[in-house]
Design a protein around this ligand. Structure first.
Ligand code: HAM
Length: 442
């Protein structure tokens, strides 16, 4: 009796285990062939736009020493405090799956002394990032970003350059539903002065803040400004804003950013409560927002970070950059630009009537592929009818039927699937004829 219940308990657990093991982990997603085309197109456009602005790609490891993120993003941020995937490796080092790329890029720039050969580094990246967040629409535990960093300039021109890069990218992918919000977090003296005033003000309101923000008041008071909690929103309504405390340097920098954006006809809104969730920013911060996204409305964001390189033992190197959330961009494009999702279709499907014709059919397929014409053939020994159905399902532009007649006569019939037009070719001119038919059918 006891044995029996242990056995059934185990088999229950085993089923549960199998069920869990058959799902991707919570907050992660498989990118299937049905959507890969959209991903690849976005990547291609981001690569092209980045190089239009003179940026070069950088790739860094997916994990770093935990310290890389602790020192830069800040211990009191949600990202470091709650969301990092930290693990010890077998040698006892503490490693972390990267939650963002800016710190890794700075680490790599210092490690390889990149600014020695060229003091201005323009770098872009695309990749996967990891944050242990509560998953919801537009928020995942493994997600993807495109980003760029302009390293080595303290000028407002560099801030605007990276914003213009984003605007060009969004325009080239046909995404119009966004707005640009900007703010300044000034230099550290201004921030310290402002933080003091803000804490004084919020301490008076402490009892009306959300429990989370009551805690933040000690550790990270600026974050209370962009809290979404209704209690906090109300409490910060009349809080002092940093814009009232700017010194000349910070004010001039921010005004120049606005001027340069205006010259380019870029619409923006100044949002004095925009502080961003990472501690490394000074001066300009910005976010691209879309109302089409619901709660997770930030398509991307970034800003200036002038003090990160010293953390890695490098010399003072002002920098500015941004990152865009690819999943969030795709959530919008799914609705507005479905052509992006069109799957790639083969140019040609070989229809092979009998087993003996297979080698001949294969040779023709190889001839076409060598000419850059994508060609698929049946590898399951299916009937003529089934192969024709498959050509239809795949959306092949052309079919070529090969049987005993074609094999022995060397005359091959090529059919344009859309118009039904047929042409006959020999092995020597088949590439030219297929190419001609393809150019007519596209
Ligand atoms: P971030 O605001 O933390 O900035 O992330 C940039 C974008 O990544 C967000 O606006 C959002 O679109 C996307 N994102 C962030 N977390 C998630 C998530 N859990 N699921 C889906 N998408 C997400 C940074 O990462 C900075 N490194 C940007 C930067 C570059 N600043 C200067 N240079």
């Amino acid at each position: 009796m006891v044995l029996h219940s242990v056995a059934s308990f185990n088999s229950f657990n085993l089923n549960l285990f199998n069920l869990i093991m058959m799902q991707s982990p919570r907050g992660t997603k498989d990118i299937l062939p049905t959507t890969i085309n959209a991903w690849q197109q976005l990547e291609g456009i981001f690569r092209r736009v980045s190089s239009l602005f003179g940026y070069q790609e950088i790739r860094t490891p997916i994990f770093e020493h935990t310290e890389v993120f602790l020192r830069t993003i800040g211990e009191n941020t949600d990202v470091v405090g709650k969301e990092m995937y930290i693990f010890p490796d077998k040698g006892g080092d503490s490693l972390t799956l990267r939650p963002e790329m800016t710190a890794s890029v700075a680490r790599a720039v210092v490690q390889h002394n990149l600014t020695a050969s060229n003091p201005l580094q323009r770098l872009w990246y695309a990749g996967e990032f990891f944050r242990y967040e509560r998953p919801q629409k537009g928020r995942y535990r493994q997600f993807h970003q495109f980003g760029a960093e302009c390293i080595g300039s303290s000028s407002p021109e560099a801030d605007v350059e990276v914003i213009l890069l984003v605007v060009k990218f969004l325009s080239d992918i046909g995404l119009k539903e966004f707005s640009l919000e900007i703010n300044t977090l000034a230099n550290s003296e201004v921030r310290t002065r402002y933080r003091k005033k803000l804490v004084e003000y919020l301490t008076e309101q402490k009892s009306s803040l959300s429990p989370e923000s009551q805690e933040r008041l000690e550790k990270n008071p600026l974050r209370i400004l962009d809290s979404k909690h209704p209690l906090d929103r109300k409490a910060v309504e009349s809080a002092p804003t940093i814009l009232d405390y700017l010194d000349n340097e910070s004010a001039e920098h921010f005004e120049m950013v606005q001027h340069l954006l205006t010259v380019e006809g870029i619409n923006f809104t100044i949002v004095p409560r925009l502080v961003r969730g990472l501690d490394y920013y000074s001066h300009t911060v910005f976010e691209f927002i879309s109302t089409a996204l619901g709660a997770q409305s930030a398509l991307g964001g970034g800003g200036r970070y002038n003090d990160m390189f010293e953390e890695f033992g490098g010399k003072h190197t002002p920098a500015v950059g941004f990152a865009m959330g690819i999943e969030r961009i795709l959530l919008i494009l799914e609705q507005t630009n479905p052509t992006l999702y069109r799957q790639t279709t083969p140019d040609v499907m070989m229809i092979t009537i009998d087993k003996e014709s297979y080698p001949y059919s294969q040779t023709i397929a190889q001839t076409l592929r060598s000419a850059g014409i994508s060609t698929v053939m049946d590898v399951q020994g299916r009937s003529l009818k089934a192969q024709m159905r498959e050509a239809d399902r795949l959306g092949a532009a052309i079919t070529i039927i090969i049987g005993e007649n074609e094999r022995t006569s060397g005359k091959i019939t090529i059919k344009d699937m859309q118009s039904g037009v047929q042409e006959t070719a020999g092995q020597e001119n088949i590439k030219e004829i297929v190419r001609k038919m393809l150019s007519l059918s596209y």
